[in-house]
Design a protein around this ligand. Structure first.
Ligand code: SGN
Ligand code: CA
Length: 534
């Protein structure tokens, strides 16, 4: 009996031990599997601001302002020093982000009323992530005529949206919310994150309205940049010699900025009469009495001082620039603070490790360079865009100088999520750049660009062009035909059009050949000029 029970125990043990080992191994494997799966299927938080130039981020240079929360992303991850867009305008950039394609392939070329429609039947990366089991949300500025598709949840601003007490369209239902737009967008993003299914990965697209024109700051930022003597860009008084399109625009801080609308000189006496004054008056009507009182406390003394000073010439020009910059940078400060709120949440919830956090803008912006505000041109300040990414353990730290473009975002997200990148996507995944110190062999040596919206508010001529590591060649076409060529190494601020300089003849010829091949590769042809007046 004793023997029997001993041998029974032994045999039970003999059976149980391997079973236990298998279970143990199995559970280890499944934990490993789970970790692997989790690592392969990270959450994605894509934050895009509107018109945020890299010059206004301390991780890029720190000349103008401090952005401690954006720097948290950059410091813990990568900062792209040469990230560019395909068509420096809002709606087209958004369509490119969604599809990974140029305007000529996704069909969205311009912003202007009614033309910023998007064929929602086409492939977009949020749709593909959604199909792959991701929870998807789009919150903030959308600026595409058709409503979002491919999202479990969306809550967007109609059109450009308002800074104060804005309306939002939540899953088709329009409602006004009290508060400042940048804070509200973050509130909605956090609310969505809190209610999500924690067993599945998510994609959150948080799209800011700020710092878009007319740069209406939150009252809590009014103490910032008071009387700040911002440095004036070396080419603020550009004479545009040799650059006709650059000269004939309507985006000059000195000539085109509206004293009332852009620079907030809405005097109670009504003496400052400007073309855009009724628009800012309309926007100010949205403010609550409390917000309005704070607004007046801030701007009334500035208006008084301005009226008494009778500034002229250069003094007036510099005053305009500084007035513009202080409101623009206050709007950026709100974005930065709110990105901080989102990062704090991700940290508190232990999500930072398994979340790709990206901060970018729909394009760059001029902060007085060439005397401009706005964007559209293929010159560096608006062609380039900020791009920083954080994904500890999977993304290296430091700078990436390779040429990248907003067609690359969609394939990058799909790649990290383990979803096959469709052939039709024109960009390439940034994963190899993000993981290794050197760009892989064969990485692109040139970028293509095409801007279409003309005639337009800022009178920027239609143009397309090519940028390599060192050179840029631009062709302005449509109502006139003019080429510009810059040697960025010797002329980083693009002041000298050397298109007619014989010394560069061979370089220009070879750039033209490359430009032709890029146009063929991306399937672009000059659009029918009738398109705009359609
Ligand atoms: C508005 C602005 C323009 C700006 C476009 C496009 N004018 O029309 O200054 O270029 O948006 O901006 S405003 O009087 O309405 O402020 S984009 O970011 O949406 O492309
Ligand atoms: Ca924009």
């Amino acid at each position: 009996m004793k023997f029997f029970s001993l041998s029974l125990k032994k045999s039970i043990l003999l059976v149980l031990i391997p079973v236990f080992l298998i279970l143990l191994l199995g559970s280890a494997c499944s934990t490993g599997q789970k970790e692997k799966t989790q690592a392969r299927r990270p959450n994605i938080v894509y934050i895009m601001s509107d018109d945020h130039g890299y010059q206004a981020m301390s991780c890029y240079n720190g000349r103008l302002n401090k952005t401690p929360n954006l720097d948290r992303i950059a410091d813990g991850g990568v900062i792209f020093t040469r990230a560019f867009v395909t068509n420096s305008l809002c709606s087209p950039s958004r369509a490119t982000l969604l599809t990974g394609k140029f305007s000529n392939k996704n069909g969205l070329y311009i912003n202007r009323g009614g033309h910023n429609d998007f064929d929602t039947a086409q492939m977009t990366f949020p749709k593909l992530l959604h199909r792959a089991g991701y929870q998807t949300a789009m919150i903030g500025k959308w600026h595409i005529k058709s409503m979002p598709v491919g999202f479990d949840y969306w809550n967007i601003l109609p059109g450009q949206g308002q800074y104060y007490n804005p309306d939002f369209i939540e899953m088709g239902k329009r409602k006004r919310h009290e508060g400042y737009v940048t804070n509200l967008i973050t509130d909605f993003a956090l609310q969505w994150l809190q209610q999500r299914d924690t067993t599945r990965p998510f994609l959150l697209m948080m799209h800011e309205k700020a710092p878009h024109r007319p740069w209406m700051p939150d009252t809590v930022t009014f103490h910032l940049f008071e009387d700040e003597q911002f440095p004036v860009p070396g080419n603020y008084f550009d004479d545009y010699a040799g650059r006709r399109a650059a000269r004939e625009q309507k985006m000059s801080v000195i000539k085109d900025m509206d004293l009332a609308y852009d620079l907030k000189m809405v005097d109670k006496e009504g003496e400052i009469k400007t073309r855009y004054r009724p628009y800012i008056e309309g926007m100010l009507k949205r403010l609550t009495p409390q917000q309005r009182a704070a607004w007046d406390r801030e701007y009334d003394p500035k208006i008084r001082a301005f009226k008494e000073a009778h500034l002229q010439g250069k003094e007036l020009a510099v005053w305009k620039l500084r007035r513009y910059l202080s409101d623009y940078l206050r709007c950026v400060a709100s974005v930065d603070r709110n990105v901080g709120r989102l990062l704090d949440y991700l940290e508190k919830e232990g999500l930072m490790k398994n979340t790709i956090v990206v901060y970018s803008s729909d394009q760059g912006f001029y902060l007085g360079e060439h005397g401009y505000f706005d964007k559209r041109f293929m010159y560096e300040e608006s062609f380039r865009t900020p791009l920083i990414m954080h994904y500890p353990g999977f993304v290296r730290k430091g700078k990436i100088n390779a040429l990248v473009q907003n067609i690359d975002y969609a394939p990058t997200f799909l790649d990290y999520a383990g979803v096959t990148v469709p052939q039709e996507i024109q960009g390439v995944s940034l994963k190899p750049l993000l993981q290794h110190n050197k760009p892989p062999a064969g990485w692109r040596k040139a970028l293509y660009y095409h801007y279409y919206e003309f005639p337009c508010e800022h009178f920027t001529r239609r143009h397309y062009g090519i940028r390599t590591d060192r050179y840029k060649l631009i062709h302005f076409y449509y109502d006139f035909d003019e080429w510009e060529f810059f040697d960025l190494k010797n002329d980083p601020h693009e002041m000298h059009n050397l298109y007619h300089d014989a010394a560069y003849g061979r370089v220009i010829d070879s750039l033209k050949t490359s430009l032709d091949s890029l146009r063929r590769m991306y399937g672009d042809t000059l659009p029918d000029p009738a398109y705009i007046s359609k």
